[in-house]
Design a protein around this ligand. Structure first.
Ligand SMILES: Nc1ncnc2c1ncn2[C@@H]1O[C@H](COP(=O)(O)OP(=O)(O)O)[C@@H](O)[C@H]1O
Ligand SMILES: [Mg+2]
Length: 204
């Protein structure tokens, strides 16, 4: 089959490892392609494996973006996911963006964060790369928001730990708690930064 043509106008954002393109044939999907040339953590392979693992366990995926497998493109092999969109179809922003621009009251942020924590614990989902840009904050109606994790699931690399998490529920539960603490540290640090209003955020 002919490779799908992607170009730079379709780029939504670039992460540390992958470029995220808007799917040219489906407005509700994105295609992620590894852009780091040499050593990389195989983020696509890892997420593909982890998402399949969750699907096989009948996990509730409502706070994640569903994965639809690989597609060959002119930029290389890409992995397809749902695109996070607002209720009116416009592109959603990251949680970090909402926080930096003070678009959601603190009280509501607390509720959203707590809902996400409950989701991760209840469904045993590992969110390890707890950057606030890996969480999106779609508007699901006029003044209602949700949190959706778009990246950083499973493990940081395809190694022994990733294998062990899948075997041991206890280990997974422990790791979920540890990573949540890390997330909260990052969140509080960002809140302080907003309150001080000194250094503007560069990555949103
Ligand atoms: N499903 C998605 N819907 C909308 N935007 C996304 C989605 N996934 C990623 N993005 C955007 O693309 C950026 C890079 O994707 P990401 O998966 O985080 O790559 P990396 O693994 O390199 O960090 C994200 O920070 C986000 O801004
Ligand atoms: Mg990322």
């Amino acid at each position: 089959m002919k490779a799908l043509e992607l170009n730079d106008t379709m780029i939504i954002a670039k992460g540390g490892e992958r470029t995220c393109y808007a799917h040219p044939k489906d407005v509700k999907k994105v295609i992620k392609i590894v852009h780091t040339l040499n050593i990389h953590n195989k983020q696509n392979e890892l997420e593909y494996s982890y998402m399949n693992y969750l699907v096989n366990k009948n996990t509730d995926l409502s706070a994640l973006t569903k994965c639809y497998g690989y597609i060959s493109t002119n930029k290389g092999k890409g992995l397809i996911f749902d695109r996070v969109l607002d209720f009116d179809g416009s592109a959603s922003k990251s949680f970090r963006y909402m926080l930096a621009k003070q678009l959601i009251p603190l009280e509501e942020q607390k509720i959203l964060i707590n809902d996400l924590k409950i989701y991760l614990e209840k469904n045993n989902v590992l969110f390890v790369d707890t950057s606030l840009t890996n969480i999106f904050c779609p508007r699901i109606s006029e003044n209602v928001y949700r949190l959706i994790i778009v990246d950083g699931l499973g493990a940081k690399r395809l190694g022994l730990k990733f294998f062990l998490y899948k075997l041991s529920k206890t280990y997974t539960k422990y790791k979920i708690k540890r990573q949540w603490q890390k997330f909260m540290q990052m969140y509080k640090k960002d809140l302080k930064r907003v309150a001080l209003g000194e250094r503007p955020f560069t990555r949103l």
